[in-house]
Design a protein around this ligand. Sequence first.
Ligand code: GRF
Length: 201
Amino acid sequence: MRLAVFASGSGSNLAALLTACEEGRLPARAVGAVCNNPGAGAISRAERFGLPVFVCDHRAFSSREAHEEAILAWLRPLRPDWIALAGYMRLLTPHFLRAYPGRVVNIHPADTRRHKGGGGYEWALREGLTETCVTVHYVDEGMDTGDIIAQAPVAILPGDTLESLEARGLAVEHELYVRALAGVIGPGAAAGLPGSAGVAT
Ligand code: GRF
């Protein structure tokens, strides 16, 4: 399976996926990375893996579809089977999703049934939760509305700050994303991964 990873930010989830591909924990070959933010740390992270990276600033396009069209044209020769959104901060329209039906997944730092959109860890702290969860889900045209693939809990400890919660949550995200993606990319692909029995939906 050929995998393309999209990111807008620091790229820690992107790095976790690319590392897992390299180490054989994810049965996929990373073929390219797309970033809409020219200042994102994800760019150098992807380059360090020797991946072709397409930096495509959405502000240079007059519509979402035109931006997506540029990305689709760049991706076409790379022939990805799956697209993994890893902190990609753009909503995808049906124009893009039609090209990869059922093959676009996302990681979200909350339970998508309880909190959609950005700021998942801020939300969990504000709500006073003692536990939150992170979610891997299929992407549809809504914001974080696609079917859930897997979730994992993140403890919220007394005295947690946004930084401490985010650090603990990201570690859980990295592990869950690899495990969940391995599960959907190939039946039985998650066998042997630590904790694979713990994937809950
Ligand atoms: C993660 O919390 C992810 O769940 C959310 O955006 C953040 C991206 O972090 N969608 P990183 O760029 O992968 O470090």
